[in-house]
Ligand binder design. Sequence first.
Ligand SMILES: *[C@@H]1O[C@H](CO)[C@@H](O)[C@H](O)[C@H]1NC(C)=O
Ligand SMILES: *[C@@H]1O[C@H](CO)[C@@H](O)[C@H](O)[C@H]1NC(C)=O
Ligand SMILES: *[C@@H]1O[C@H](CO)[C@@H](O)[C@H](O)[C@H]1NC(C)=O
Ligand SMILES: *[C@@H]1O[C@H](CO)[C@@H](O)[C@H](O)[C@H]1NC(C)=O
Length: 396
Amino acid sequence: MKSSILMMLLFVLGYIVCFGDMSSLNNSFVDEETLQYFSDFKNKKQLIVVNKPATNIIKTMHGDPYECVDFYKQPASEHSSMKNHLFCYERLQIPSLTNLETNNKKFGYLWKNGIGCPTGTVPIKKVTKDEFVRLNSFSEKYKPQGSWNFTYNQSNIDNQHHFAVSRIKTGKGKIYNGATMVANTYNPKVKFPQYSSTRIHIQLGNDFIQAGYTVNPKLYSDSKTRNFVYTKVGENQCYNSMCSDGIIIVRSDFPLGSVEETCVRGDIEGYVQIYGLLKDKASGTWWLEIEGKQIGFWPANKFQKSSDNNVEWGGEVYSAHMPSPQMGCGYFPVGRVRYDSVIYNITLVEENFNIDKRVKNREAFSDNNHGYRVANDIYSDIPVNNIIYYGGPGNI
Ligand SMILES: *[C@@H]1O[C@H](CO)[C@@H](O)[C@H](O)[C@H]1NC(C)=O
Ligand SMILES: *[C@@H]1O[C@H](CO)[C@@H](O)[C@H](O)[C@H]1NC(C)=O
Ligand SMILES: *[C@@H]1O[C@H](CO)[C@@H](O)[C@H](O)[C@H]1NC(C)=O
Ligand SMILES: *[C@@H]1O[C@H](CO)[C@@H](O)[C@H](O)[C@H]1NC(C)=O
């Protein structure tokens, strides 16, 4: 009872802060859609997270503040699909929740406190009011997409999205239940409000999920390389765990949206990160894995369709009517791991949950090779199962 009164109070505070300042928000980011958003007031939970008084704030090694939110009070727990799931979650004792207690050391080094959030809570990135408003004013064109709707066209400068990806050849009617990749991490140059991402994209009917790294000043208010996940379900879209349609975090020590170390082109030492989007066979739950650890999940009933035959790995940029930004390392691939942005050891989880490590049924696709190029498996100077060279200077 006490906690629900507190929640109501916080909700009211959120209300006052957000609405009290609406008049000062008359800038180019506040469009009709945003105003509509505020007056509809659909997403109460998100307002709470944005405006809650600083109770339990911890900082990453890079100085970003995260709030430790009770596992059951994170933004995505508001969603109706979560309500049923919570029940299952408690009943089934999904191993990763238990792991939280015993296996909490792995990402501690990412935090100034060396640990992360207390057990039973999860880190949610603090969002400033300006970021919140910007995030709710995504135009349709801005939103991340898959490459399948785009065809090769060298005069397509009106297309604000560009892709250089390796993707499953459609038409074979195969169903997939997950995909992973190892990606070396770069810091492509982008101008606000452009973005440049390297990601796995799994299409689930009309919905999709993405995971990887991005430079996205509109989302993160800086030009650093940060990890991200993206959920599109129905008409709703969400980055990370920022809203009720986002991912539900289970680990108390992984900062989603945090800064990634990046490679210097030509250096022998590089930085790689392992990403996975994997469906659990027993429950149908989709999991985000980073470095092989389960970070968060989407309940099985979240998506209308639970698997599909469209999967792709690679770069996606958004140009916002300006010369398009860099992708990956910012250079066309030369076929050498030290000099290129690469994705390798990709795997696919097949319909019967067997793991395909070769992933032969792929095609390389760039919608405009004046800006971005991609090559599949030409050869490799490191021991890998498969490799995708991709990237480019953009400027188209
Ligand atoms: C917001 O800006 C527009 C265009 O500059 C103006 O017409 C409108 O009156 C402003 N609204 C408020 C609430 O200041
Ligand atoms: C392709 O375009 C259609 C119609 O605009 C849209 O419904 C669908 O989600 C798009 N597919 C992808 C993979 O972006
Ligand atoms: C390529 O894009 C241009 C500009 O958008 C368009 O006019 C042209 O019809 C497209 N060509 C093809 C083959 O789709
Ligand atoms: C990639 O696959 C190769 C060959 O199986 C293996 O030796 C290597 O450790 C893998 N690298 C990563 C980062 O997973």
